[in-house]
Design a protein around this ligand. Structure first.
Ligand code: DLZ
Length: 158
């Protein structure tokens, strides 16, 4: 991927490995489900564009983004799963809940990736407002689900 990229929606699709036999687990948080559904649609489209088979893409839901880590671990534990894509939306509120959730998810997903030696994508949209989140789920800032899926495909090509 070029260093000039501002986000991964414009990534270079060439030179990625054949993923036609790879299996993908997607974990989707149900908080702000309209937005996480759009992220998931973007992720699935991206995997299909790269040649993944629809029957090799497994979507699972968790209650909120905090649960993405355990959801990712449940999937990574399955030998047949090659990569895990985690999708959630955390919007800043009056308290520091967003900091706790975001840090826990970032650290947790890193741990799962390293523990299972598999790509685990961080598709967590962390914004100050709902509008900013919508802009990142198919709006003017692209779709972070696309980026999370692209990152997983890239890492499978490592
Ligand atoms: C509790 C909570 C709050 C306040 N905000 C969000 C959010 O913006 N996005 C999200 O995905 N989840 C949120 N949650 C739920 C937590 O992630 C978690 O599901 C609960 O604390 C239960 O463990």
């Amino acid at each position: 991927m070029a260093t000039s990229l501002k986000n991964l929606n414009d990534y270079n699709k060439e030179n990625f490995a054949d993923i036609s036999d790879k299996k993908f687990g997607i974990v989707v948080a149900e908080w702000h489900s309209d937005i996480t559904d759009a992220l998931c649609a973007g992720a699935i489209d991206t995997l299909l564009q790269h040649g993944a088979k629809r029957e090799n893409i497994f979507r699972n839901t968790v209650p909120g983004s905090f649960e993405l880590t355990l959801g990712a671990q449940f999937l990574a534990l399955q030998e047949e799963i090659d990569a895990v894509i985690c999708l959630g939306v955390v919007i800043k509120g009056d308290t520091k809940h967003d900091d706790y959730i975001n840090n826990a998810v970032a650290n947790g997903l890193t741990t799962v990736a390293l523990k299972f030696n598999k790509p685990v994508s961080f598709g967590l949209v962390t914004t100050n407002t709902l509008e900013q989140a919508l802009e990142r789920a198919g709006g003017k800032h692209g779709n972070k689900g696309v980026e999370a899926a692209a990152a997983a495909v890239h890492m499978l090509s490592f």
